[in-house]
Design a protein around this ligand. Structure first.
Ligand SMILES: Nc1ncnc2c1ncn2[C@@H]1O[C@H](COP(=O)(O)OP(=O)(O)OP(=O)(O)O)[C@@H](O)[C@H]1O
Length: 363
């Protein structure tokens, strides 16, 4: 039986805060619940002064969820609201990084100094290859001579350090500016690099928003032609904050051809349209399977679903990326296919995409 939202919420209702006796769903502690491919992910908003009790609640939730039929993995992220929380959760960096005060009168979306354009790469559903597309697009744009930054804002599963083969941690010599890392011609920062190893993740500042603002405003990006933002799946706090606080020049929506992924992609498009972010277009990932031994093509997840949807919604179909073993191996190995074998047919799609975006002054 597939995992349902209802089953997960009902299970979480049996986890009770010992202080109040209230369950963690009723108290509003459970946020951004996502269920997909056997993985349950959510954020628990906590009072960091009660860290050890909250760790116990998290463990309780994990053990109850992990025995549910169809559950292969549980990922719970702790976040804290208060200043106390921020202090308690300070990551183990040599110098604590102070949040910079917002400039006066800066309520609407702002331009980030030095960054010409911001492109958000989004997906409605997890695991559709959004990070793979973001990494390859960033590298392909760099190969076209663009100055490219990549901000991995996927707080629920940051994967860019691995995809770009970056393992060091960012430093902050003055405690204010954060120095990003660089590989394959791409300047990168990941929320995954801002936390230490196995530690429970509790972001500094008010929830996830503080983290995003910090990465956007305090990272020394240098002059960039384009900053690609790899968003978490869905339409949660990170997406809203990005669009509310920063001028996002366009969004690219990645989807597989399957109906379920498309349905979620539509919600993503709706959100960007409501936030007045132009949709650059959609990308169909895992479009066609190309056998790495014989080159035979087959449509594992169907084919053309995204093209049809893009047409219906009146947005361009930017690319159809094949499902190819080499794309996964290259990503897992830290050298995206666009760098490892730029002339291979499965990489060419990214080169074409980069060229189109440059030609249309989108990137
Ligand atoms: N076109 C492709 N061909 C082969 N493997 C792919 C392709 N696209 C993605 N993958 C693989 O699928 C897995 C999920 O991809 P990725 O991490 O990019 O998805 P995502 O949408 O960013 O997921 P999440 O939202 O969970 O972070 C990875 O192992 C990746 O290498």
């Amino acid at each position: 039986m597939p995992l349902t939202r209802e089953t997960v919420l009902n299970t979480l209702k049996s986890v009770k805060d010992p202080n109040t006796g209230e369950n963690i769903v009723a108290s509003g502690m459970v946020r951004a619940l996502q269920i997909g491919d056997g993985t349950i992910r959510f954020v628990m908003e906590i009072d960091a002064s009660r860290m050890s009790e909250m760790e116990a609640l998290k463990a309780d939730a994990e053990s109850r969820l992990s025995v549910l039929e169809g559950c292969g993995n549980v990922q719970i992220i702790l976040t804290a609201h208060s200043e106390t929380a921020a202090e308690a959760a300070k990551p183990s960096e040599p110098t604590p990084i102070k949040p910079r005060p917002a400039p006066p009168g800066s309520s609407g979306p702002q331009k980030v100094p030095g960054i010409d354009r911001i492109i958000a790469v989004a997906s409605g559903k997890g695991g559709v290859g959004k990070s793979t597309v973001a990494a390859n697009l960033a590298c392909a744009l760099a190969a076209e001579g663009r100055k490219v930054g990549l901000l991995d804002a996927d707080v629920y599963g940051p994967s860019q350090p691995k995809m770009l083969g970056i393992s060091g941690r960012p430093t902050s010599p003055d405690g204010q500016m954060i120095l990003p890392l660089r590989n394959h011609g791409v300047t990168m920062i990941s929320i995954g690099l801002m936390t230490s190893g196995d530690q429970a993740v509790v972001w500094r500042g008010p929830m996830l928003m503080g983290a995003l603002q910090q990465m956007m405003g305090q990272v020394q990006w240098g002059a960039l032609d384009v900053l690609i933002v790899d968003l978490p799946p869905g339409t949660g706090d990170v997406q809203m904050t990005l669009c509310q606080k920063f001028i996002v020049d366009g969004a690219i929506i990645v989807s597989t051809p399957q109906d379920v992924a498309l349905l979620d992609a539509r919600k993503g498009i709706d959100m960007f349209q409501q936030m007045q972010v132009p949709i650059i277009g959609m990308i169909e990932n895992m479009s066609t399977h190309i056998c790495s031994s014989c080159g035979h093509e087959e449509h594992v997840f169907g084919h053309g679903g995204v093209a049809a949807e893009a047409e219906k919604l009146g947005v361009p179909l930017l690319a159809e990326v094949p499902l190819h073993l080499n794309i996964r191996l290259a990503g897992d190995g830290g050298t995206p296919i666009a760098v490892q074998a730029p002339d291979a047919p499965e990489a060419n799609v990214f080169r074409q995409l980069a060229r189109t975006l440059v030609a249309e002054s989108q990137a």
